[in-house]
Design a protein around this ligand. Structure first.
Ligand SMILES: [Zn+2]
Length: 127
């Protein structure tokens, strides 16, 4: 269900509300009871959907061609866009950074995977 945001003109309070659709009237202002809240466009509602991002990528010829060639830079860019600008973990950032420089950090990923699973096992065995 989408979140819509409304602003109360009399007390300036901003109200976020889950609405089934825009045809459902907004709730009255919780502070002053004004029932004529104005809809505002929040950054949330302007955020691109997964589908939009996907179509964006597909319309980017350079990027799709790079992916066809298995160009790590293109894959990194793809990952970047698909994550929607969310902050990646430092490890992920490092790997993506190397991919952006045109490297395939496969060995690094393998090492990390072994390291993590090894650590996990010994940790559990000690206790
Ligand atoms: Zn109000």
């Amino acid at each position: 269900m989408p979140i819509y945001e409304y602003r109360c003109d009399s007390c300036r309070r901003v109200v976020s509300s889950y609405r089934q659709s825009l045809s459902v009237p907004p709730p009255p202002c919780p502070r002053c009871g004004n029932s004529e809240l104005k809809r505002i466009f929040s950054t949330f509602s302007l955020q691109k959907t997964y589908r939009d991002v996907y179509e964006d990528i597909l319309s980017d010829r350079e990027l799709t061609q790079g992916m066809m060639r298995d160009d790590p830079r293109a894959i990194a860019e793809w990952n970047n866009r698909m994550s929607g600008g969310e902050k990646p973990t430092p490890e992920y950032e490092e790997i993506t950074g190397r991919m952006e420089e045109g490297e395939w950090p496969t060995t690094q990923i393998e090492e990390k995977r072994k390291q993590f699973s090894g650590q996990g096992e010994s940790k559990f065995n000690i206790d």
